[in-house]
Design a protein around this ligand. Sequence first.
Ligand code: NOJ
Length: 755
Amino acid sequence: MKNYSLLFVIIYCLISGCNPKESTNTAINETEDALESRIDSILSKMTLEEKIGQTAQRGKSSRVKELPEELKDAVRKGEIGSFLNIMNKEDAKELQRIAIEESPNNIPLIFARDVIHGFKTIFPIPLGQAGTFDPELVELGARISAIEASTYGIRWTFAPMLDISRDPRWGRIAESGGEDPYLTAVMGTAYVKGFQGEDLSLPTSMAACAKHFVGYGAAEGGRDYNTANINNVSLHNTYLKPFKKAVETNVATFMTGFNDLNGIPASGNTYLLKEVLRDQWGFDGFVVSDWNSIIEMIPHGFAKNEYQAAEKSAKAMLDMEMTSTAYQNNLKTLIEEGTISENQLNSMVRNILRIKLRLGLFENPYFDPNSDILYDQKHLEAAKETALKSIVLLKNDNNILPLKREQRLAIIGPLADAPHEQLGTWTFDGEKEHTITPLLSFKKDSIYNFKYSQGLSFSRDKKNAGFAEAIQTAKNSDIILFFGGEESILSGEAHSRANLDLPGAQEQLITELHKIGKPIVLILMAGRPITLTNILDKVDAVICAWHPGTMGGDAIKEILSGKVSPSGRLPVTWPKEVGQIPIYYNHKNTGRPVVPDEYVHMDSIPIGAWQSSLGNTSHYLDLGYLPQYPFGYGLTYSNFEYSDVSISSKSIKKGDTIVVKATVTNTGTVKASEVVQLYFRDMVGSITRPIKELLRFKRVALDAGASKEIEFTFNTDDLSFYGVDKKWIVESGDFMLWVGKDAQDTTHELTFVIE
Ligand code: NOJ
């Protein structure tokens, strides 16, 4: 497969409005000082009520057709600073007109929306996008999302979600970059750049929002909204890393999490919002709460009432309140009583105005209603390219894939033709009428002889009424393509699952089909890893397509047919069973790490055995210590070999740059792409370090027989960690490096010493 992404990005940016030269805006030409003076001048004219108004974000229920008069009135009085979910363009324009023409200081509104993985053209879910290991392509997808969403006046998206997600039970893993801080940070940077464009003030740029600050992904047991307990060292070394990177990429806004972090809810957490975000990292954008998360500090047991909740959030420097009205109802009293200073409120409003100014909203408050750009051919091509690169081939026994042209196909399963389901979570604006399902893609193509029997009507369907027909279809075929997984509603916010097997009667149907004796290819569409232990030996090949979005069907067909070799890699460890969770590659070693030869399975324990520490290592008696598939894993239709793996020096001084080289050769018979991964381990530290950490990665496309030298460059600072003395340090000592195919590959090992 050709690596078109970079070229694609450059050409597309040139023609699509991310060229800074196209800016007609005056705000961007202002120096930061001039911008601050302008804010001073606006602030000096605002009443206390108007200032409080800027901190309010309101929504409108989609069930209410008309724009309520009270909302218009509130805007007229300057009581609202932002809206979310206004999806009628005329409503947005009217509200903006009132703000600009009739409100006391003519301050524009900012319209926000969850544009998470596409607006109309839907890209794969973020977990799938992370699996591309292709940040340029992810940036392009975010750029396209901004171009489409801004035609509705949406200049602020609640993305990217940067929560490290190590528990696939948590439904929101779908919206994440997976388990690794480096990969999540790289992808987060790509989203921020893509959404915000070259210049925030361009009409096609959207302010990005780094969310959820922080620890939401560590919810206990993967139950959404649950408590997170993360020690300070892990917080900085793992959970905060992608957020810090987002600040370095000039992300415009942050959103606090719903969760309680170490006893302090994120929305009232002064340490996070003030000390870390503002004082240490110098963030100068604004922070919005999550939906009602300020008043949810009451059930958390952290605030007695709305008044106290408002006080705690404002003191922590949370600038804008989403949907609830604790600020609106209480800030005035809090200031009049002297509990909060007006200066504190001024800082909050200043942060909000700064972003509105940088967005150019004061100069260009309205938007271009031209929707011709929606579903533009180039957008669809980029969505297909992203889906193609996100698809992970997990199993391919006897090279059953790619399909052979003469094979008669049985297309079976609840997700072969489920246009809404393949879009995935957070796709309020995607329209299923535009979705290319796998079935549709096969229909468009005259190459294959196939027959379709759904077997089950939806992923949770427990009825076997369709089994007989599906079995008959399978009997008349040479190979069975089973499209299974989970519907889009089974992942995402508030959709945690305790059991990660295929839902409904999918396993039963696969078991019945297996009895026929024809090869089975399982194509999974899901928002998370699915545990396959019960059926893995009944299928010959497995493809994980995540929820692949609008163009998923074409992408899947091109992978199945071999037009393109699979090249996605797992951004998250894939467990055998839920009992192994949490399971992630970058864990600590323990004092009794696993020794493979000494592992004892429970079936090998003699009956009546005397009490002993069997095997003496950290493992499960029944499931062992390995996952089903490791982080970074993914097969291709080819083979790759690495040779000449070298390091620039084995003895390094702090501050030095290190170069690791490897030659990668495609030893197979077809063109394919490899994701070469570089991991390191700091062997001994003043605090214990993970057994492996991803340091760099590179995607490389190679023709059959071709070789390429790959070079990874890093600095000793990239090996630093946050220690108990609350400082980032690089310690002298021994390090190991691995250049490999995935987190479990230890074939090519290097060592070096930092003096
Ligand atoms: C709640 C979610 O947690 C957050 O991610 C989202 O952006 C807001 N609701 C707005 O829809």
